[in-house]
Design a protein around this ligand. Structure first.
Ligand code: ATP
Length: 216
């Protein structure tokens, strides 16, 4: 059926939240339809990719009409399981960790950082962005079997041992912001985001692959 999400390629699935946010905005503005060109400009994905992605959702845009906003919204809601709440724990309340706790992904209404851990006694017992910070020694006790995702913002050398511990707690996914390349069992999903590498890579591309000016 159209709602069989297992057939969606991973690259497409990763763009789902982006599409969802934009379509939700259109819906709130009372818009009934959207063209792939409009979508493309808003989410910065080329329109050929959008058309291919949307064909997996069973949304076949009509020429001169575009896509039905209502249909897409229903599809994205189901696909993203907006009511299926994902609980997140953050480990390492340093500069980056503190920023995430203050931000706490308030635009995603289905994910929330519930608790944070740190080894620094000055941070333990405080609240950052409303999230309680517990001692790392209490991690197993506090997490129980309740947390789906762990965000790692600890120093690189602590990433692997902490990853092993969160996996033991039944965490299914790890968002790793440390430069450490972590090994986890095959059933655990791990996404690596190294912000300094991303920045360097962008700087390199700017220097060596400058974008062409658009021809008028
Ligand atoms: P800060 O200025 O607060 O030190 P930072 O991001 O520069 O921030 P890092 O050395 O990267 O500091 O450490 C990030 C956070 O991880 C710190 O709050 C630190 O106390 C904490 N931390 C370090 N080792 C561990 C550990 N093994 N378990 C839990 N937290 C840890």
């Amino acid at each position: 059926s159209n709602h069989d999400h297992h057939k969606i390629p991973q690259a497409t699935a990763k763009r789902l939240p982006l599409y969802y946010r934009f379509i939700n905005n259109l819906y709130n503005q009372g818009k009934a339809r959207v063209s792939s060109k409009e979508l493309s400009e808003a989410v910065k994905v080329d329109s050929a990719t959008i058309r291919r992605d949307f064909s997996y959702f069973g949304a076949l845009g009509k020429k001169g009409y575009g896509y039905n906003v209502n249909y897409l919204l229903t599809f994205f809601r189901e696909a993203l399981e907006q009511d299926n709440y994902t609980k997140v724990a953050l480990i390492g309340v340093g500069n980056l960790g503190t920023a995430f706790l203050n931000y706490n992904f308030t635009k995603n209404n289905n994910t929330k950082i519930e608790m944070a851990f740190d080894s620094n006694p000055e941070k333990v017992g405080t609240k950052v962005g409303g999230v309680p910070v517990y001692h790392i020694d209490e991690m197993e006790k506090r997490i129980g079997t309740d947390i789906n995702i762990a965000i790692l913002t600890v120093p690189a050398q602590s990433a692997q041992p902490i990853a092993g511990r969160v996996v033991e707690c039944g965490v299914e996914g790890i968002l790793n912001f440390t430069p450490a390349r972590i090994t986890v069992p095959p059933q655990i999903r791990i996404h690596h985001i190294d912000l300094s590498i991303e920045l360097q890579s962008l700087a390199y591309f700017l220097k060596h692959y400058p974008l062409e000016e658009e021809e008028e």
